[in-house]
Design a protein around this ligand. Structure first.
Ligand SMILES: [Zn+2]
Length: 304
């Protein structure tokens, strides 16, 4: 199957890409870590034969679905380099493969990405509620949340009460396009599935990287704290990509996947804000973004 990384892809298409990669490359395994609220599978590809584990996850936020394509191309390029015994931008793919196992979840929010792209079925039982909680009605261009209107990257168990307070101060009391963190941490099937995968891998897990857009920034701490090696790695990411090492502020400081991995598991975790512009970034930006993010993902994969 031909993969087109310069067109926005709904979750079904990303799924087809994952199947086609797993079929083409025996080094890649494909499995499901759970289901979204509407029952769509959440796929995970793994590549590598080693014991040291790394996680890469894309598309927490619906309008940032270009990150799913980055994940897919990353696995595809790594698998190709492993098969051909090639280096990938200076990294020895075979060495990464033999010592490590990289788990890549391209779309943690499949419902959201479909809602944002206007392909979530309007006959679905959840659809009327989605329209009613969206200030722009049937225009979901700026939708970030899942199909319950929960912002998945505010639904992790890291400063949840503080996050709730900031939501209230911003007048957010219930589901909507973004920023509502849900009723309790991991209330959403998508976050729960990713936490389960992460907890399962935790004893061998060396890094977790969540891809977002936009800003060309690297976030590596939680309220000023971070596990050993985090800042050094963030600075390496910055050197290989030209992205800036940053610290979050306001509501972005709490409840994210990176925050939970850092504070509850004590493992280096990062949010990478890919690309620059206004979300959703145009698919024509893909090549430039990928060129800068690929060395970050390889640097993370080579750590530990
Ligand atoms: Zn985001």
């Amino acid at each position: 199957m031909d993969m087109d990384f310069r067109s926005a892809a709904p979750s079904r298409k990303i799924r087809d890409y994952c199947f086609s990669i797993a079929e083409k490359f025996p080094s890649v395994s494909l499995f499901t870590i759970g289901c979204s609220l509407s029952g769509q599978p959440i796929d995970c590809m793994s590549i590598g034969a080693g014991e040291i584990c790394h996680i890469v996850v894309g598309a927490h936020h619906a309008s940032e679905h270009i990150t799913a394509l980055i994940c897919v191309k990353f696995v595809c390029d790594l698998a190709k380099a492993v098969r051909d015994g090639m280096f990938l931008v200076g990294f020895d793919a075979k060495q990464i493969f033999s010592r490590r196992k990289i788990f890549v979840v391209p779309v943690i929010n499949p419902d959201g990405t479909d809602i944002q792209q206007g392909v979530f079925p309007c006959g679905h039982i959840l659809f009327p509620r989605l329209v009613s909680m969206n200030p722009s009605g049937r225009d979901f261009t700026h939708w970030q949340a899942n199909a319950r209107g929960v912002d998945l990257n505010h639904n992790y168990d890291a400063g949840f009460a503080d996050c709730r307070l900031l939501e209230r101060n911003a007048g957010i009391y219930s589901g909507g396009p973004s920023r509502f963190g849900g009723q309790y941490p991991e209330s959403e099937p998508e976050t729960h599935a990713l936490c389960n995968l992460t907890r399962f891998l935790a004893p061998q897990l060396k890094t977790a990287v969540a891809l977002h857009t936009q800003g060309e920034e690297i976030y590596y701490d939680y309220l000023g704290d971070c596990p050993r090696g985090s800042l050094m790695l963030a600075e390496c990411f910055s050197r290989v990509s030209g992205y800036t090492v940053s610290k979050p502020s306001g509501i972005a400081s709490y409840g994210g996947y990176k925050d939970w991995v850092i504070s509850k598991l004590g493992i280096p975790a990062f949010t990478i804000e890919c690309g620059k512009g206004e979300n959703p970034l145009p698919p024509s930006d893909f090549d430039n973004i990928y060129k800068k993010v690929l060395p970050i993902l390889l640097t993370a994969a080579a750590f530990g």
